[in-house]
Write a new protein. Structure first.
Lengths: 262, 379, 304
């Protein structure tokens, strides 16, 4: 059996520069294995070791996803091999398109019992890709999973839900999105880095998958988000009691009330 | 000369960056304040494979190239110079000396322990009357029927407070000249070794710097590292690579201070605008960035030469001669940008200023580097 | 062609989402209720035209019905609307794939124009606003929550059963976590705390202030995920909760873009921080620069 971890090579939007015309300059940003995907790889490694499965990393994206650095950085986190679908048509892919391509690649790969993903990608953060992917595969999907245990009979899961802890069982195949805090992913060690250089990397051509990609929405305009329209009133906080009184007075003036106050 | 890092080196840097940010940086101010070595970090550095970067896999190390090791030192020093020098002395001076000059038994015995961090190494060269002038060493190892008897004193021994093994340079012949010195591997538990109180220092305060006293310390013949009379060559060989390591430490300190200064300049508002918009600040930042980049080229080039098996003493000396004073200048420029805040312990820059200064002194002062460079230039 | 607007409900209030779908969707609004009977009954009174109910036994999570829900929407395509909780997202994803539909997330505004759905999307952690035009069908992930306006109680509409296609998924246990579940989206006032708090024990200070203000306690990501001082459902940010309270009081919280995007629509923001240069200070209505350990107790005192 194979366990696939879908991971993304992406940069933190905090490092992007948004121009006055809405153009985004990514040149200063350094892409990396998206933060939460590292959690999925770490969980995948544990499950693969427990089940004897092969752990395959699957990354879909623009041409940068095909950089050897991108594959090796993910492999160094514990994957057995890497599968990449990189194409200029996927450079700006959103959750819908990414999920569609991921699903086709999972099918093409074959013998996949489980797909793991992080909670969300660092660049888009839509938290929808695993759900759409499961939809394409017609597999069961669960998000915010905090623990997964492998049994011969199926999978046991834990997650935080409705103010409590939920224990679940399911039979594979399944798509699981791991909670951000499911495990603390270890930093790749020096031996892992060197071992990654010897692991197999395979590229899948997008054309080979024979997909009619979901039509992206039409971009009508882009602009920097407007600066928050806030009053910016500085209340002198030298004397905490006086500052507190002034704040309370101002909030009252703004129409807020609370017990014991008009 | 075109220069770019391999994928593996990029990943090593990213790993060390993450490790340094999460495991090393949070301790840095505390180690400095408490004059305490980062003992709790040692097992983590071992797990990550950093303590064994200069040790090949057959001996339990991760066996990366030297440039990767230099990147690791740079990243550690960027947040904590104390942690960086601990690793540098251990993996560069000590492990490399044993790897190059040790016999099979010594390599099999010591290297796996060093890679796993169960044993930390220290390098004992300096004496009260012999710093840069190795020929003036007075610690002596006299041959006796069972091996050697060691007597004398060493000072400023980094990692000395907790090291399990010391590479000790001692005189084995009263004659003058490089062949009169030999190197020995001295275990901490040998009777006759006493370790002094840690020095109170201006910077790298967490680093354990101690004096050692050898009082009729008996060593078996098997403690001799390399050949009799090879000690001077061993010391010089260790210090060559070590210089690149200290240059990387200086580079990391400068980079850390630079980043603090840039972040501060963007946020600190004076006269109605972030001070980063003031040309006075911009010029400081531009000079800092340029100097750091120049230093980086020298450091990486020296490490790269070492990896390629090319002569690198001269390149290492140049890297250290440039980066030490560069770190002093850059950290002080950073302090200037942070102004009064920078002078307080609430910000890390004052510590970085103090830490930077030692890189102009240890493992060969600026003046010694000039001697090495001039000797090569005028040959 | 008339496009149906499907609103997915799994138990959380979705009246707000029904309002948006009704105002924007340009077609009849149907509810897709996934869960036990009360979920369908509540949805039937929320203003939808009809409810398609996917009944689940008590030990079957809503996600198990994704397959049936997908079959329902493909039978009659349209716009599918859902909130941001884990089961809502899974059901929306199943619908999106079944419809081969593009997805819309992080919309700050949306409207119909020339028979297309046009949306302003907050991209790049809220730093970039894109205007996007979608051909229908579309899957829309939007903060749901209770109704915006005070709505009169409505008569219940017809409830019909949806296709019973399920995935093999069972809940075997559920243990309550100490403390009641919180719905920050519904909170009128929120006190959010960040890394300025030195220890978990000091949360008492924040709770006291929240109590005096009649507010819920929230936090930044590191407190919920790294430190684990507060449960995950109290973390505000792009990938956490998105709140629209009357008052958002940010205490010891630097205010990275990812966090502030979660509180963007608060009516009033108060920032209490020792760092005058923290980004939160530039995004607040009232700014108190000082030690939270002095200011918070003083404020609690002034309120009681």
């Amino acid at each position: 059996m194979r366990i696939v971890v879908a991971h993304k090579w992406a940069a933190d939007p905090q490092e992007a520069v948004v121009g006055a015309d809405g153009a985004v300059d990514w040149s200063r940003a350094r892409p990396a294995v998206s933060e939460y995907d590292a959690v999925a790889i770490a969980v995948g490694r544990q499950l693969a070791d427990a089940s004897g499965a092969e752990l395959v990393g699957l990354s879909v994206g623009g041409p940068t996803a095909a950089a050897p650095l991108a594959a090796k950085a993910a492999l160094a986190r514990g994957l057995d091999s890497a599968l990449i679908v990189a194409d200029p048509a996927l450079a700006e892919a959103d959750s819908a398109v990414t999920a569609q391509v991921l699903a086709a690649a999972v099918t093409e790969l074959g013998q996949v019992g489980l797909v793991l993903t992080g909670d969300c990608s660092v660049d888009r953060g839509a938290r929808l890709t695993p759900a759409v992917l499961a939809g394409w595969l017609d597999w069961v999907c669960l998000a915010e999973v905090s623990a997964v245990r492998w049994d011969p009979t199926g999978l046991s899961l834990e997650r935080e839900s409705d103010g409590g802890w939920q224990s679940l069982t399911l039979s594979p195949p399944a798509v699981l999105a791991l909670a951000a805090g499911a495990v603390y992913p270890p930093v790749p060690g020096m031996k892992d880095v060197l071992a990654a250089a010897r692991k197999p990397i395979r590229q899948l051509d997008l054309g080979q998958l024979g997909l009619e990609l979901i039509r992206a929405p039409l971009l009508l305009a882009a602009a920097p988000a407007p600066a928050p329209d806030r009053r910016g009133v500085v209340i002198d906080a030298m004397d905490p009691a006086l500052a507190a009184a002034e704040l309370v007075a101002r909030l009252s003036h703004d129409g807020l009330t609370w017990e014991g106050r008009p | 000369m075109p220069f770019h890092l391999t994928d593996e080196q990029e990943i090593v840097r990213a790993s060390l960056r993450q490790f340094a940010e999460t495991e090393v940086k949070p301790l840095a101010a505390q180690l400095d304040r408490e004059h305490r070595p980062p003992l709790e970090t040692i097992p983590k550095l071992a797990d990550l494979g950093v303590l064994g970067m200069t040790i090949p896999p057959p001996y339990g190390g991760s066996g990366t190239d030297y440039l990767s090791f230099v990147l690791a030192l740079e990243e550690l020093a960027r947040v904590c110079a104390t942690t960086a020098v601990m690793v540098e002395v251990h993996a560069s001076l000590v492990a490399t000396s044993i790897l190059r000059f040790g016999d099979q038994a010594q390599k099999t015995h010591y290297l796996p322990e060093l890679a796993a961090g169960r044993l930390i190494g220290a390098f004992a060269l300096t004496e009260p009357g012999a710093g840069s002038d190795a020929a003036a060493l007075t610690t002596r190892a006299e041959a006796d029927p069972d091996g050697f008897v060691l007597n004398g004193q060493k000072i400023f021994i980094t990692n000395g407070g907790f090291a399990g093994v010391f590479v000790v340079l001692a005189r084995t012949s009263p004659a003058v000249g490089p062949k009169s010195i030999s190197a020995f591997l001295v275990d901490r538990d040998r009777p006759g070794l006493s370790v002094g109180e840690p020095e109170r220092k201006m910077g790298i305060r967490g680093s354990s710097t101690v004096s050692l006293l050898f009082d009729d310390l008996k060593l078996p013949r098997s403690a001799l590292l390399g050949q009799l009379g090879q000690g001077f060559a061993i010391a010089m060989s260790g210090l060559d690579g070590g210089r690149t390591g200290i240059a990387a430490q200086a580079l990391g300190i400068a980079q850390g201070a630079y980043e603090e200064a840039v972040a501060y300049a963007k946020q600190r508002v004076q006269f109605g605008q972030p001070i980063a918009r003031l040309q006075a600040i911009q010029w400081l930042v531009a000079d800092m960035a340029t100097e750091i980049e120049a230093g980086r080229c020298l450091v990486y080039q020296a490490a790269d030469r070492q990896d390629r098996g090319l002569p690198f003493s001269d390149a290492a000396a140049k890297a250290k001669l440039f980066c030490g004073p560069m770190a002093t200048r850059v950290t002080h420029s950073a302090l200037q940008i942070l102004g009064g805040n920078g002078y307080t312990e609430a910000y890390p820059v004052e510590r970085m200023c103090r830490d930077a200064r030692i890189t102009e002194i240890y493992e060969g002062t600026n003046e010694i580097q000039r001697l090495v460079i001039a000797r090569s230039a005028l040959r | 062609m008339t496009w149906i607007n499907y609103v997915i409900a799994t138990g959380r209030p979705v009246e707000g989402l029904v309002e948006r779908a009704t105002a924007v969707g340009g077609g009849p609004v149907w509810g897709l209720a996934v869960g036990p009977a009360p979920v369908a009954q509540r949805l039937a009174q929320s203003g939808v035209e009809r409810v398609v109910w996917f009944e689940t036994a008590a030990d079957v999570p809503a996600e198990a019905l994704a397959r049936g829900l997908a079959a329902q929407v493909t039978a009659r395509p349209g716009l599918v609307w859902a909130g941001r909780t884990a089961p809502e997202r899974v059901l929306l994803g199943a619908a999106a794939a079944a419809l081969r539909a593009p997805v819309l997330t992080d919309a700050v505004d949306l409207w119909l124009e020339d028979d297309r759905l046009v949306a302003r999307q907050a991209a790049l952690a809220g730093r970039l606003w894109l205007t996007l035009a979608f051909d229908r069908p579309v899957a829309i992930l939007l903060e749901g929550g209770p109704a915006q306006a005070d709505q009169p109680t409505r008569a219940s509409v017809e409830i019909v059963a949806g296709p019973a296609l399920t995935h093999p998924l069972r809940q075997v246990d559920w243990r309550p976590r100490g403390g009641a579940p919180v719905d920050l989206k519904a909170a009128r006032r929120v006190v959010a705390v960040g890394r300025g708090l030195k220890a978990a024990l000091d949360l008492g200070l924040i709770e006291a202030l929240a109590e005096a203000l009649g507010a819920e306690v929230a936090c930044s990501r590191p407190l919920a995920e790294g430190l684990g001082w507060l449960p995950k459902d109290r973390y505000v940010g792009v990938s956490g909760q998105q709140v629209s309270p009357q008052l958002y009081c940010a205490v010891g919280l630097s205010g990275q873009a990812q966090h502030l995007a979660g509180a963007r629509t608060a009516d009033l923001i108060v920032a209490i921080n020792s760092d005058p240069d923290a980004p939160v200070m530039a995004a607040a209505d009232y700014i108190l620069c000082g030690d939270l350990y002095q200011l918070v107790p003083a404020l609690t005192e002034a309120l009681s």
